[in-house]
Design a protein around this ligand. Structure first.
Ligand SMILES: [Zn+2]
Length: 357
């Protein structure tokens, strides 16, 4: 049987019920090893005529949410697209949409500096101190990601979303780049390895822009598999498909550029054809998501047309990988997304996916 998500999911929009039903069906794509145990159970139940409530008993209260009012203090100047209003919109939707009652709050408490130093040079840290409006807030974003890793690894929650600013996936060792200061997701990967003895980390980056800083951090490292979908024709111009890693890291860096106007079908196909087989070979101990929502339709900095339902499907797909290989350990960290109201709705859809509701 062909591995991967059902062809029908790529070709046409399906409801979550259809997706899960198809996943459990004998004649469709998802291989047995990919179907999360919970998903398989749900399919069996639905086949028996039970109403499918999407795993709510198992997953209620099992998604962590990291945020902190201090993230609103960080600014890159008036009218800059990476504005506090992005997070304000997310927090408004979080309260009004009811997610606030459904998630487990996680405070950013972990000490990030030793782990920042595992990715960035002292020179870079000094540059951030000079460039950032408030370097402490940049550190606090890292801390949020690390605290989410702690909560997931301690079994307090199954997965977590970090509503943090500033974003991180462009940060390397050259000071601020692409609105990023410290590479939150890269540091979280190192933290999971060092602090929690998890060997292999998969980073999934669906931001519109290539996660060049993350690629840089692990380009020669086979213990971190990096997967990025992005626009090659946009900032920062990196992310060609032939950049596959170097030395021992060769084959552990997967770039899948998407065409202008790419939509749900394109990105789901990329995940189906490239991410799933790579994850099956890699068998990650934990999955981190660089969750950028500037790939969403209507974003002022992007030209992709991913819908909120598309992000929900990507979430389900990555969760099924986490359930199969990583004991469901997954932490998602906010990257871009500049249409503030659209960003808030996409985050809402993503976190509902994490909750399984
Ligand atoms: Zn971006």
């Amino acid at each position: 049987m062909r591995k991967g998500i059902p062809k029908s999911l790529v070709e046409q929009p399906l409801s979550r019920r259809d997706f899960l039903g198809a996943a459990g069906g004998a004649g469709f794509g998802l291989c047995a090893s990919l179907i999360a145990p919970g998903f398989a159970r749900l399919s069996a139940e639905s086949a028996g005529g039970m109403d499918m409530k999407l795993n709510t008993n198992e997953s209620r209260g099992s998604t962590g949410w990291v945020s902190d009012e201090r993230y609103l203090r960080h600014t890159l100047g008036q009218r800059h697209p990476e504005s506090p209003e992005r997070l304000r919109a997310i927090l408004r939707q979080f309260k009004e949409g009811g997610l606030e009652q459904a998630v487990v709050p996680i405070m950013p408490e972990a000490d990030p500096l030793p782990y920042i130093r595992m990715v960035h040079s002292e020179d870079h840290i000094e540059k951030v101190a000079q460039q950032a409006h408030d370097e402490a807030i940049c550190r606090l974003a890292v801390s949020g990601a690390l605290s989410a890793v702690d909560a997931v690894c301690a079994g307090e929650v199954k997965n977590a979303f970090c509503a943090v600013r500033p974003p991180g996936h462009h940060a390397a060792n050259n000071g601020e780049f692409g609105f990023c200061f410290y590479n939150n997701v890269a540091i979280a990967a190192r933290y999971a390895q060092r602090q929690h003895q998890l060997s292999k980390i998969l980073i999934v980056d669906w931001d519109y822009h290539h996660g060049d800083g993350t690629e840089w951090a692990f380009y020669e490292d086979p213990s971190v598999l990096t997967f990025s979908t992005h626009a090659l024709h946009a900032f920062p111009g990196t992310g060609a498909a032939d950049k596959i890693g170097r030395g021992p890291g060769e084959g552990f860096n997967l770039n899948v550029p998407l065409p202008r106007g790419a939509g749900d079908r394109d990105i789901l196909r990329a995940f189906d054809e490239r991410l799933i087989p790579a994850a099956e070979d890699f068998r990650p101990d934990m999955i981190l998501i660089s969750a950028g929502f500037d790939a969403r339709q209507g974003d002022p900095l992007g030209d992709f047309t991913i819908t909120d339902a598309g992000f929900a499907k990507l979430t389900e797909l990555v969760m099924s990988l986490a359930a199969t290989y990583s004991e469901s350990r997954m932490v998602s960290i906010l990257e871009g997304g500049y249409n503030t109201e659209g960003l808030a709705l996409a985050v809402d859809a993503h976190v509902r996916g994490l909750l399984g509701v």
